[in-house]
Design a protein around this ligand. Structure first.
Ligand code: DGY
Length: 433
């Protein structure tokens, strides 16, 4: 028995080293690409934040640099773009020359889930070096500006729920949650021949051609409107208040408020507390009593998006009491886990829209597992959190640092040598979740 345990421990040590090497290998000097394969040759907003989370374990200054570089691309109105193009982006479509966005045309013109405050708070709470704390403190007003932008630009009617105007803003690009709203968008000219992603990843792991035609038509629409935040909300043909995006924002509000208080900006902390209060109340209203699940809403049509996606579980990440109020939410998660070999699938298994290989239509994503584990622990569900942690470690140990995984077979999918998978693996090994 003992030699086997040693072998396992040895294997884990080797993998830990490989995870560090994966992050180092994807480091382009000041920012990290999601994968070194060419699939994503730029800095992606939430990928970068998750990379920073674990750079902190072996190189704290480098972790802070990652976030500083990201905020170096912040727009004057406070928006932090979902992609920053720093170098050769010719292996990606749509690259900087298509977006033509940002002060120097070096970014996309939309945003991504606001996880940065949550990551900065983790870095801040762990940092003992005053120089690191000073650098993190300098980021706090920038984080606050991004949150303010988000409410002003995406919740102009002050409902407490912010809207995304492109599926890419959710980070969960082709989730079945967007199907109806996206189908209502004009496809625009076909772009299949311009796509580069399918040269790096199998086409059946990626979004479809009709989805891409619409993704790009939305980009063109926003570009034609000069990416003006005061216009896009009204003219966007796709507009959805996603429960997952809002839950991540709500958690980030809590972390931002704590950072503001710790750094002495009491007035801004009170302002963020008000954001938190209205978003907390709005998320609570998204509970569907009949289906016993959280749903977002299409804010163009007013229709509830009545589909069980992983977004609907993310209030666990935002609210430490949601499991006590709605135990059936946790039971639902357990029922998903009972139907797969590895949790957590990104869409409810056995539904007609569930596709275990295709991007956000079913596969497991370790960053989502991290959010759920963190939320389950705060909600007093340590056993379920441990089960998901165990699945996550097993996936990496058997299949490597893939972008995402098939929940039925564990098959590695999408890009390989993936930064955020390596980062979350390291995070789990350190027991920091
Ligand atoms: C892609 O290109 O697949 C990205 O997810 C868009 O952000």
């Amino acid at each position: 028995m003992a030699p086997q345990l040693d072998a396992e421990r040895w294997e884990r040590l080797e993998l830990k080293q490989q995870a560090v090497e994966t992050l180092r290998g994807n480091d382009r000097g000041g920012y990290t690409v999601p994968t070194g394969t060419g699939l994503y040759p730029a800095q992606w907003n939430w990928d970068s934040c998750f990379a920073a989370l674990d750079f902190a374990q072996f190189d704290e200054p480098r972790a802070v640099t990652e976030i500083e570089t990201l905020f170096g691309g912040q727009w004057p109105d406070g928006m932090v773009p979902h992609i920053l193009f720093h170098g050769d982006d010719s292996s990606y479509f749509p690259n900087a020359s298509v977006w033509q966005a940002g002060p120097a045309w070096r970014s996309s013109g939309i945003t991504q889930p606001l996880v940065a405050a949550t990551v900065v708070r983790q870095l801040f709470d762990c940092a003992s070096d005053p120089a690191i704390r000073a650098r993190l403190t300098a980021l706090v007003p920038k984080l606050a500006a991004w949150h303010r932008w988000c409410y002003a630009a995406r919740d102009p009617h002050d409902t407490g729920l912010v809207s995304i105007i492109h599926p890419w803003e959710s980070g969960m690009d082709n989730s079945p949650l967007w199907d109806d709203a996206l189908n209502a968008v004009e496809p625009g000219p076909p772009v299949a021949h311009l796509r580069k992603d399918t040269g790096f990843a199998a086409a059946d792991h990626r979004p479809t051609a009709p989805e891409y035609d619409r993704y790009i038509n939305l980009v063109i629409r926003f570009r034609d409107n000069g990416y003006r935040a005061d216009r896009l909300y009204d003219i966007a043909p796709f507009r959805v208040a996603d429960i997952g995006f809002n839950a991540i924002l709500q958690r980030a509000n809590q972390d931002l408020r704590s950072l503001l208080a710790a750094t002495g900006d009491i007035a801004s902390a009170a302002e963020v507390a008000a954001m938190e209060e209205k978003t907390g109340a709005a998320i609570a209203r998204c509970w569907h009593e009949e289906d016993r699940f959280f749903y977002g809403v299409d804010t163009r049509t007013g229709k509830i998006i009545r589909k069980p996606g992983i977004s609907g579980l993310l209030p666990l990440f935002a609210d430490a009491e949601v499991a006590a109020r709605h135990p059936s939410l946790v039971e639902r998660l357990e029922s998903w886990l009972a139907r797969v070999a590895y949790g957590v699938p990104s869409f409810e298994p056995e539904r007609p829209e569930f596709e275990p290989q295709r991007y956000w239509r079913g596969p497991v994503w370790l960053i989502v597992n991290w959010m759920l584990i963190n939320g389950l622990r705060r909600n007093g569900c340590p056993d379920l959190a441990a089960r998901i942690r165990c699945d996550s470690l097993a996936l990496v140990e058997r299949m490597g640092f893939a972008e995402y995984f098939n929940p039925l077979t564990g098959e590695p999918l999408g890009g390989s040598g993936f930064s955020w998978t390596a980062a979350i693996y390291l995070h789990f090994l350190a027991g920091r979740e």
